[in-house]
Design a binder for this molecule. Structure first.
Ligand code: FES
Ligand code: FES
Length: 159
């Protein structure tokens, strides 16, 4: 068994763990760091449930080895807010009923975090296209698009 010690920053806190070299980032977050907000759906890079921010851009944690993230900065859903104080994207999902079972929601919120930082999101068509890498089995997407439209309006145009 090949092991490696890695150090990552997760939501601003440095964590060092010794792991099997083959450990996926999704399993590392959930099992080694007990950050179970990152969900695992398809495990094949299709559904987006496992999306996190890795060094500033959204990434599929089910397609990333934890050792590839050594030295990186990772943001997960746990960094967005708390039950007592929701983050702004979580709040917008609540206001617009952008979730039902919630399984896909952490992945959507992390993907939207990246999109709001880097994507114009000027039209509904652009929003739908930008969200096309995340699958939701419950909502029909309309309310998610409504939430993102409001968030993009609040943010204003990208510089
Ligand atoms: S679990 Fe990673 S994309 Fe589906
Ligand atoms: S809210 Fe159930 S899969 Fe999206």
């Amino acid at each position: 068994m090949s092991e490696k010690t890695i150090t990552v920053s997760v939501n601003g806190a440095y964590m060092t763990r010794t792991i099997e070299a083959r450990t996926l980032l999704s399993d590392f977050l959930r099992q080694d760091l007990c950050l179970t907000g990152t969900h695992i759906g398809c495990e094949h890079g299709v559904c987006g449930a496992c999306t996190v921010i890795l060094d500033g851009r959204s990434a599929r944690s089910c397609l990333t080895l934890a050792v590839q993230a050594d030295g990186s900065e990772i943001e997960t859903i746990e960094g967005q807010g708390s039950v007592d104080k929701l983050g702004r994207i979580q709040e917008a999902f609540r206001e617009h009923h952008g979730l039902q079972c919630g399984f896909c929601t952490p992945g959507f919120i992390m993907a939207i975090t990246d999109l709001l930082r880097h994507h114009p999101l000027e039209t509904d068509e652009e929003i739908r296209e930008a969200l096309s890498g995340n699958i939701c089995r419950c909502t029909g997407y309309e309310n998610i698009v409504n939430a993102v439209r409001e968030l993009a309006k609040e943010r204003g145009p990208l510089e």
